[in-house]
Design a binder for this molecule. Sequence first.
Ligand SMILES: [Zn+2]
Ligand SMILES: [Zn+2]
Length: 395
Amino acid sequence: MSEKAEIKTKIRDVVEGQREELIRLSLNIHDNPELGLQEVKAQKWLCDYLLQNKLQVERGVGGLATAFRAIYGEGRPRIALLAEYDALPQMGHGCGHNVIAAAAAGAGVASKIVVDDYGGSVVVLGSPAEEAFGGKIDMIGAGVFEDIDAVMMVHPDTQNVVAVSALACVSLDVKFWGKAAHAAASPEEGINALEALLLAFNAINSLRQHIRKDSRIHGIITEGGMVPNVVPAYSSARFMLRATDIDYLDTLRNKVLACFEGASLSSGARLQYGWGEKVYAPMKSNYSLACLFGNNLRLLGREIDDSSVKLNFGSTDMGNVSQIVPSIHPEVCIAPPEVSLHTPEFALAAASEEGHEGLLDAAKAMAMTVADILTQPEILKRIKQDFADEKQFAK
Ligand SMILES: [Zn+2]
Ligand SMILES: [Zn+2]
């Protein structure tokens, strides 16, 4: 057996040796769902596990109390494995982040033998609040990724893929200020803030016919009046705009804003608006890194459709990471195709046998990819060259 094959066998053995602990970690997080920035239990369990396994743990990084960094080794290259562990409101782990967290922790521990033999270092980064606040964007701002050479995380899903797309995304909060009046006795005195919002919704619905088909605009009314016999003096809404690149996202911003401005003009209600501070960037899946990971997943017996990148119309803060460091965001299958993410059914899958096998395979494949990089210096050169050339998987 070659040295490289041998170390990969050892990695698989290490993860198998941690099987029960990793599953317990995953189930503990699953059974105690915590929303973004409140993930104190998940952070504690993950940090305790990593500390017990001799990684150097720092809690609260990048200005986020529930983030953490666990390092093994000191040298470069330094490979980061990202853990997410936030849950969804009312649905627990309907996005399966318990699997992501346990997989990253397991991969960190299994990578130690590679660091011991070949140098370099591995860091498990706990990144809170993926769903709602984009915690990785804060961590980028705080310089957490500055000394990192490559980043991996694995998301559970309904298929095995080495690369997914993710759209750039920005949110928009709008308010219309009108004038209250008796809706029956003196409607002519009123300025209807709800009607202003409805006009804007209709304008946006018309606009939707004439934007790129891979863009998305969606919104909800958060306030639309108190009682029907009073002309609503105030209304508010929250929108999200998504596009495949930041340039077109800016084009969409102008078009959508014009819909609100037009509604303000025709209704007489004053418009106030604010763009979300955090702009999610599209995902760039590093070509060489994705291929390595795919090969390792295949060695574990998983069938992968790697002919194309999976089109995903969601957005993730991992996109922002992928803009500054070579990154991948592959997926392991833990549920049948008819189950969709962000559902109670997917939450069940995240605690099922398939969920456990997904987490163990994700941990093994990530650590085996760490082994590829740390044992062969020319591989990292290739990964960095792909990043410089914008060579993305299936593009
Ligand atoms: Zn999600
Ligand atoms: Zn997710």
